[in-house]
Design a binder for this molecule. Structure first.
Ligand code: OAA
Ligand code: MG
Length: 556
């Protein structure tokens, strides 16, 4: 439909149809020459604006919106109207706008998805239409390079949101572009609509998804497989990011498909990578090697176990045996500390249990819980991935502060409403000594006249760079080695005494991660080898910038 060269875009679209194409629309920035050639005279206000002027006007409109969700709606509408302006605007105000287009506000957008729905974006593949997946993918005429797919069963810490999960895929892909530089026309959000078990949605007459309970596992895995096979036929080289699948499906899907196509699970591997990296930086600050630490998790789902696995790999790389590393990890869920006599554990949890005989006597109740673990094992770090607000109690934080000079406390559940303890609570209960990280953004905390910044340990630090690196080198898979490369690169990017690089440095760090990931893929034979300078040039070339180019009519 349209052809792009470096200075000009040629398109067969003119008039209103051109203005309705968000990828080509320049709105008031179409020059008078363009308006003549593209039949736009009279369809736009007479004044021609620069991108800079448009950004200023859009920022003013954004700023006067009274609530975060209205700001989100405004930005989404801008994205659907003029993507160049949308990305130019968010790149200029990244820190301020990230919480609006991403966590925490995107959580509300997912919960209210059907109410807020305005215009189509992405692909909805619904179970009743499962025989048409090839045709649905063919309806997207563009060459797609990055896909974020969800089935909406575990959206952030908000549970089953049905097709509302589309909101999170759109948010993640906005960051692939704004932070990772992937051109927006090469990205595609996809929702696999497998029904929903959220009764509120099923009862809601406005719900736009398939009004049906979730399908059973046999149907589910066959459906997902039809999607994956169709995807491989249509865009065999695309990078696929699994997002917000429920615990019982996330790991089996990852295990099944990670060697079949270039794919990863953001909640398991992305979260694991950023958390491990933040922990490495915290260990450096606390002055104790990571491999000598003990770490307790509250939440033993796919995110928690994913982080634990990544930390074990780092400990082994640093000289621990696998067995010794495993012993340093404590996984606590609502039934207590995982032990080898518990029934009904998932296979990925079984690897992370302690011997029941060894923890006998740690508790005088039915199970061994977080407080018992903290008293007996004295972990250096506790990591909350429970999705349940308030579980890091005052007692827990105080005990951590009694055990360690600089206790490491990460409350990672998203969005902010689900956090285990607020940074303010953690800082004050620990007397200002805790090294704190959260999953969603929080303002710095003031305590006893001192200001404590709060590191946002969110997978945004990982997935754009991982994706950019994998694409730039043409990786066939996303390996553990590539993830380790991302972890080590991010950890050394945090300035001395801090846990993560500042958000305003994230684009640079993303580029470094991309480079390290691509080099590792080449080293492992997962991508064709080339000179480092050639690779660096490919990364640079991948990076799309939100700038206008001349639009011209293509005469076919
Ligand atoms: O989206 C985020 O902010 C992080 C994430 O993947 C999740 O919490 O599921
Ligand atoms: Mg997620």
């Amino acid at each position: 439909m349209s052809e792009v060269d470096s200075n000009c875009i040629h398109t067969v679209l003119t008039g209103r149809t051109l203005l309705e194409n968000s990828l080509l629309n320049k709105d008031t920035a179409f020059s008078m020459e363009e308006r003549s050639e593209l039949e736009l005279h009279g369809l736009l206000p007479p004044r021609v604006e620069t991108l800079e002027e448009q950004c200023r006007r859009a920022y003013k409109s954004f700023s006067v919106k009274p609530t975060p969700i209205l700001k989100h709606i405004y930005l989404r509408q801008l994205q659907d109207t003029n993507e160049t302006l949308y990305y130019a605007l968010i790149q200029r105000h990244l820190e301020e706008m990230l919480p609006i287009i991403y966590t925490p506000v995107v959580g509300q957008a997912c919960q209210r998805f059907s109410d807020l729905y305005r215009r189509p974006r992405g692909l909805y593949i619904s179970y009743p239409e499962r025989d048409r997946i090839d045709a649905m993918l063919a309806n997207f005429k563009r060459n797609i390079e990055v896909i974020v797919v969800t089935d909406g069963e575990r959206v952030l810490g908000l549970g089953d949101q049905g097709i509302g999960g589309m909101g999170i895929c759109i948010g993640k892909l906005s960051l692939y572009t704004a932070v990772g530089g992937i051109a927006p026309n090469k990205t595609l959000p996809i929702t696999l609509d497998c029904g929903t078990n959220n009764q509120q949605l099923l009862d809601d007459p406005a719900y736009l998804g398939w009004r049906h309970k979730r399908i059973d596992d046999e149907e589910y895995y066959a459906f997902v497989d039809s999607f994956i096979q169709a995807l491989k036929r249509r865009w065999p080289k695309a990078l696929l990011q699994f997002e917000d699948f429920a615990i019982h499906h996330a790991t089996p899907l990852l295990d099944k498909y990670r060697s079949e196509l270039c794919s990863f699970n953001d909640d398991i591997q992305g979260t694991a990578a950023v958390a491990a990296s933040t922990l490495l930086a915290a260990a450096r600050t606390a002055g104790k090697p990571l491999e000598e630490m003990k770490i307790a998790f509250l939440g033993a789902g796919s995110s928690g176990c994913g982080i634990a696995g990544q930390i074990i790999r780092l400990m082994v790389e640093r000289g621990q045996t696998e067995e010794e590393a495993q012993k340093r990890i404590y996984m606590v869920d609502r039934f207590g500390l995982l032990n080898d006599e518990m029934e009904g554990l998932y296979p990925f949890q079984q690897k992370l249990t302690h011997k029941k005989s060894e923890i006998e006597g740690w508790s005088n109740t039915d199970g061994v819980f977080m407080m018992d673990v903290i008293r007996h094992a004295k972990p250096d770090a506790i990591i909350g991935v429970s999705g349940q607000p308030g579980l890091f109690t005052k007692e827990i934080i105080e005990q951590m502060a009694e055990n360690h000079k600089q206790p490491i406390i990460f409350a990672l559940s998203n969005p902010s409403s689900q956090i285990e303890a607020t940074p303010e609570q953690i800082v004050s209960w620990s007397g200002g000594r805790a090294l704190v990280a959260t999953g969603s953004p929080f303002d710095p905390v003031e305590f006893n006249g001192k200001v404590y910044p709060v590191a946002q340990c969110n997978n945004i630090y990982i997935f754009p760079g991982l994706g950019l690196g994998a694409l730039a080198c043409g990786a066939e898979q996303v390996s553990d080695g590539m993830l380790n490369a991302a972890v080590e690169t991010l950890a050394i990017s945090a300035p001395e005494g801090t846990l993560l690089p500042p958000m305003n440095d994230i684009k640079r760090v993303t580029g470094e991660i991309a480079r390290a990931v691509a080099l590792q893929a080449q080293k492992e034979g997962l991508a064709p080898e080339c000179e480092v300078s050639v690779l660096e040039e490919r990364i640079r070339q991948q990076i799309w910038k939100p700038e206008y180019r001349r639009v011209r009519v293509a005469y076919c």
